[in-house]
Design a protein around this ligand. Structure first.
Ligand code: SAM
Length: 274
């Protein structure tokens, strides 16, 4: 079995589209994994993946890109600051504000939310506690996230005042202050194969499901996000992504240019059927 045939066969059983990840590097990593497991051919490995959920997760990791950066797509964080967060806290003077970053890579996205909150809202809303959950399928990325050590290139969209206040420079790297690191909880979680976390006000699912996953898996993830969000909670997807159409409507575009959607309460009564 050739590599291309292997990819075509294996992608649907992982819930992925097969085209985007045909790139150099991936083939080498898969060949290395095949040897590690004591196999010598793609078809042997395919059989193993089909039978073993852990190997499915392992291969999914190899096939998705893990690149991210702080304040990626600045307009998203501007909208968060000027529209989404004010709308939520208008009705909530105390208590938790729950944010979930799905596919958080090495922490750039959840830390950006935390930094924005600290800089722009923390002082004015001391009774509101921002709680950020960040999940990824890849343990290695999560350990890196907890370390909080970044290259300058991943910080190029970070506002200067945040960069100066919340990072220390050390050996050419930028180290995030421990107080910010403590504010984000990192957990290993596979959004395709595990149950979602309830009670979220905002969910970020950018540059993962709606880029790499098959249409069927996208629907599955969208329903999980729907059940995880509170009424009128927000879903933010990637700049070049779009949501699959659903019936009934689960999300309505609320700030469409910045890819913010709002959980549609009209679908509440139908939720048990989906
Ligand atoms: C391109 S990064 C996106 C990072 C960030 N959300 C952003 O937009 O900058 C995609 C991340 O999704 C993770 N990932 C891949 N499959 C996943 C799954 N099934 N469940 C959770 N995370 C997954 C990858 O490990 C990777 O870190």
């Amino acid at each position: 079995m050739h590599f291309d045939e292997f990819l075509k066969e294996v992608a649907p059983c992982l819930g992925l589209q097969w085209r985007p990840f045909q790139r150099r590097g991936v083939k080498r990593k898969i060949e290395r994994r095949i040897i590690e497991l004591g196999f010598s051919r793609f078809d042997e490995y395919l059989l193993r993946v089909q039978k073993d959920p852990e190997e499915k997760s392992h291969l999914s990791k190899i096939l998705t890109v893990t690149i991210s950066r702080f304040f990626r797509d600045k307009e998203v964080f501007d909208t968060l600051e000027t529209s989404a967060l004010p709308a939520i806290i208008k009705n909530r003077e105390k208590g938790d504000l729950n944010v979930w970053s799905i596919g958080c890579a090495s922490g750039e996205e959840p830390y950006s939310v935390s930094l924005l909150w600290k800089e722009k809202f923390g002082k004015d809303f001391p009774e509101v506690r921002l709680s950020v959950l960040a999940t990824d399928i890849d343990e290695k990325m999560l350990r890196r996230a907890e370390e909080g050590r970044y290259k300058k290139s991943s910080l190029r969209e970070t506002p200067q005042e945040i960069l100066e206040k919340s990072f220390n420079k050390e050996d050419g790297f930028f180290i995030l202050n421990p107080s910010v690191r403590k504010g984000v909880e990192f957990k290993r979680h596979d959004i395709l194969r595990e149950e979602p976390f309830p009670g979220m006000d905002i969910i970020f699912c950018r540059n993962l499901a709606f880029t790499y996953f098959s249409k069927e898996s996208q629907m599955k993830v969208l329903k999980k996000i729907f059940s995880s969000l509170k009424e009128k909670g927000y879903l933010v997807i990637g700049r070049d992504e779009s949501l699959p159409l659903t019936f009934p409507t689960l999300f309505i575009p609320i700030f469409p240019a910045q890819k913010f959607y709002q959980r549609f309460s009209g679908a509440l009564n139908l939720a048990k059927d989906i």
